[in-house]
Design a binder for this molecule. Sequence first.
Ligand code: GN1
Ligand code: MG
Length: 367
Amino acid sequence: MDLQLIVKAFKIEGTVIDICPLGNGHINSTYKVSTVETASPDYVLQLINHNIFKNVPALSENTIRLTNHLRSKLQKNYSLTELDRRVLTVIYTKNEKSYYKDTEGNYWRIFLFIKDSKTIEILENGEQAKTMGYAFGQFQSLLIDLPSPPLHDILPDFHNTSKRIEAFKKTIAENSFGRLNEVQSEVDFLLSFETQMKSIVKKGEAGIIPLRIIHQDTKLSNILFDKNDQVLCIIDLDTVSFAYLCYDFGDAVRAGMNTGKEDDENLANISLNMKIFKAFANGYYQTSKEFITKAEVETLAFGAKLICYEQALRFLDDYLNGDQYYKTDKEKHNLIRARAQIEFFKDLLKNFDEMDTYVKNLYKEVI
Ligand code: GN1
Ligand code: MG
């Protein structure tokens, strides 16, 4: 497809000189659109994966509501130019739509590229981890008063572990790609934690922990930092919805506090960086202590185990299903990812008591 032509459908300033791939998301395809003139901004073009995000108009409406709300809450703290670096700006098409459907039925959108921003591959120090925690807590806090109606639930039950486990069992029973034998020990290992992993959904259903608007994809790569390693903006708002706080806390640990990579083939590289974890928890409480309940605090460290477990299960499920959900770069990529997540999960099990005691004690100190 002709990306230049797609970009022309949107109201952008300047002359485009380059469109090249950006980032490493597993679902949507992202490009940086650079313009010639220094006075014109650059842009981010995204092809929305509508096999996964089936209702693009509703998805877009959510994004508009979220970005407008975040902008209105932050505007008292920043100048207009700075505000454009603190929250995503949706660029409309020439016929005033927030997305563009091309002749092949693909959906596209454009955001302003956030100037002088960077992503971080692996957290290098406690300061970065602290600002990451601060930013995710602030994100949740700013969305507490999002006016009704409720957001569209684009991916229902996204982190509903009970439903994920049931779907996994169906995949195993079908074994459509004949890959089960190869991964039987991983399957048995994961299923042995079934009861334990269903406990958060049970606490939610019992009314012990509330549903809140959370991000649901708190990967390190979904944060833009400035050159001084301070958080500018949280991106990738597609998954934002109602769920439990511990999912965001847990996914941040899963994706940011592993000394190895998400798809590390050398399992010896994989472990929890406890120092970074503690700094992250400190930052998180700075912005969440106003609203987080004691019952939620009791779920935070568990959330790390849970989301890591869930991610291992999701990667393995996709491997068994013939690699249809996540983009893959190599043979058996989802299996490699699943094994790496299982390894990290094992390390979180070993470190659980220390993580759990730390967050519980720290909470007593900060309130
Ligand atoms: C996907 O699109 P991306 O790469 O930010 C996935 C997340 C997973 C993540 C694993 C909609 O996120 O849930 O945690 O991969 N997003 C969706 O890296 O499924
Ligand atoms: Mg994402």
